[in-house]
Design a protein around this ligand. Structure first.
Ligand code: ADP
Ligand code: MG
Length: 173
């Protein structure tokens, strides 16, 4: 099994389900980059991911705050979920100023919207999630989710495919 893995979802809840399954593989120190245009579903993904980590309360777009921190539930492998949205930062050095890499070392998992902008400031290990509205989508609720792993995640495609196996979306070969 090799990266990227591609699947399709047909509702926000299906995207949340994918996120929850991926969260089950993450542990303290992990960085998940969320890539995709406005409205692609990055925040929806973050909601499913946070719920799986036992975060109580609503997860909304941190666009104006840039970074929000949520306490994870007692059974979670991390203490804190960091949810960042770097859309409004102008440069990689501004992202570096947010010190996300340092924050994540401290018992946290980081989810970063517009992660492609932030990637150079976040080190080599990351799970990359790209969300897209397919060009010829039959419905407005269709999204493709492309998953890729770098660094410590590069050898984990099989594991990721396995947790996604039983979901309603399709995993492309
Ligand atoms: P982003 O954070 O990428 O800008 P949001 O997650 O805030 O995007 O918004 C995605 C929008 O698309 C939401 O209104 C959501 O209800 C809608 N949507 C429709 N279908 C899907 C799907 N399959 N997955 C995720 N979001 C979807
Ligand atoms: Mg968002």
């Amino acid at each position: 099994m090799t990266w990227p893995l591609t699947l399709a979802t047909d509702s926000p809840d299906a995207t949340r389900d994918v996120a929850a399954r991926l969260a089950s593989l993450c542990t303290s120190g992990d960085v998940v980059l969320l890539i995709g245009d406005l409205g692609a579903g990055k925040t929806v993904f973050a909601q499913g991911f946070a719920a799986a980590l036992g975060v109580a309360g609503p997860v909304t777009s941190p666009t104006f705050a840039l970074v929000r921190q949520y306490a994870c539930g007692p059974d979670s492998p991390a203490e804190t979920l960091i949810h960042a949205d770097v859309y409004r930062t102008g440069s990689v050095s501004e992202v570096a100023d947010l010190a996300l890499a340092e924050m994540v070392e401290d018992e946290a998992i980081a989810l970063v919207e517009w992660g492609d902008v932030a990637a150079p400031a976040l080190g080599d290990d990351a799970l990359e999630i790209t969300l897209r509205v397919p060009a010829h989508a039959a419905s407005t609720d269709e999204r493709t989710i492309c998953i890729s792993g770098r660094g410590t995640w590069s050898g984990r495609a099989g594991e990721v495919a396995k947790v996604l196996e039983s979901m309603s979306g399709r995993v492309a070969p």
